[in-house]
Design a protein around this ligand. Structure first.
Ligand code: SF4
Length: 364
């Protein structure tokens, strides 16, 4: 395999300084939001945050970590199914997210069957090799949904089902703008998600909320360029959707992947951690594929959870972090009671969570 040398083109220090100098020419101070753990990782790992702050640019992370926005209700559904004897196939980050009393990892040490998988295909393989019920915890945004949809279309074994905790990004952005808790001058849109959905779904947001948007890649120069493009829009009084990540993201997205999502999933109103129910922001299996819905197949086990109210872990401000209202370090528990080895909330568990990223690069 050839080494990926391309990335270094987008880490060139001289070019970075040139862009920052260009940003510095502006008299304006701006506040931007991104919704992507990888963007946050780049910002913190490469020291872009302080560099941009010096030239009047503040960037905050919104609800861009799929594990973090998964609700307590969904965590409890996973735990309930595991306690009822189903095998839970789950991505690694999720097993340490605290539920009401326990994590999936803790119930696994008590004897529940919780298997870490790296893809939905691994979960299907488990179902092929075993006779018991395998429930795949399907967590992720538009980026990962097509592979789950593809598996469902190909009719996996009868003992396979999914617990959909999938969500889509544009409705969450609209919720942020509609709630108006943070005064934003622009949005940096996620490259991975946009590879699937393209740039068009963002257009109504710019029209309705007069907000400039730029789709950005993940290297330092991608983010700096996105900032400069947004700044120029603000200076010129524009609110458009621009694409900095044109080497990967196309206006129309990935048509095949979009058709696959549409074939298998129905949009559904769902809560996000820290948010009230957001219209059409979740995905549930269409009627045709309901056989593979764990919520339907094991509705008796999950019935009791339906009307229960769930509270956030005591003292945890993940909701506020995910809405961009506070910075991770403003949570009193950050780095004290809450660390990656002893997380209180999901934002400290996931490597895409704002608290985890902040801790890893600045406090660890
Ligand atoms: S530092 Fe911990 S307790 Fe505070 S918001 Fe982050 S995850 Fe929640």
């Amino acid at each position: 395999m050839k080494p990926d040398l391309d990335q270094f083109k987008f880490r060139d220090e001289k070019k970075a300084q040139k862009i920052v100098k260009e940003i510095d020419r502006s008299e304006l101070d701006i506040k931007l939001m991104h919704v992507c753990g990888t963007h946050q990782d780049t910002l913190v790992k490469h020291g872009l945050e302080p560099m941009l702050e010096k030239v009047g640019v503040e960037i905050i992370q919104g609800p861009g970590c799929p594990v973090c926005v998964t609700t307590q209700r969904e965590i409890e559904e996973m735990i309930r199914l595991a306690e009822d004897g189903k095998t839970i196939a789950v991505f690694g980050d999720m097993i340490n997210v605290p539920g009401v009393d326990k994590t999936l990892s803790e119930i696994r040490s008590e004897g529940a069957d919780v298997e870490i998988v790296y893809s939905v295909d691994d979960a299907v393989k488990l179902a092929e090799d075993r006779e018991e019920e395998i429930v795949f915890i399907s967590v992720g945004f538009e980026t990962t949904v097509p592979s789950t949809a593809n598996v469902i279309v190909e009719e996996p074994p009868q003992n396979f089902s999914i617990l959909s905790c999938n969500r889509v990004i544009p409705p969450a952005l609209e919720a942020i703008l509609e709630m108006g808790e943070v005064d934003l001058d622009g949005l940096i849109e996620p490259g991975h998600v946009s590879t699937i959905i393209g740039t068009k779904p963002y257009e109504p947001l710019s029209e309705e909320y007069s907000i400039p948007q730029v789709v950005a890649g993940f290297e330092p120069l991608d983010l700096l360029m996105a900032v400069l493009m947004l700044l120029r829009q603000v200076e010129r009084g524009k609110s458009e959707v621009e694409n900095e990540y044109g080497r990967v993201v196309k206006e129309e997205g990935n048509k095949k992947a979009l058709e696959m999502i549409d074939e298998v999933f129905d949009p559904k109103d769902v809560e996000w951690r820290g948010f009230p129910e957001i219209p059409k922001s979740g995905l549930e299996l269409r009627k045709k594929y309901q056989y593979y819905s764990a919520r339907k197949r094991f509705s008796d086990s999950l019935e009791e959870l339906k009307d229960r109210e769930f509270e956030e872990p005591e003292g945890c401000l993940c909701g506020e972090v995910l809405r961009g209202v506070i910075d991770s370090k403003e949570c009193d528990l950050f780095g004290e009671e809450c660390t990656p080895s002893n997380p209180v909330g999901p934002c400290m568990v996931s490597r895409e969570g704002a608290c985890n990223i902040e801790y890893r690069y600045t406090s660890g």
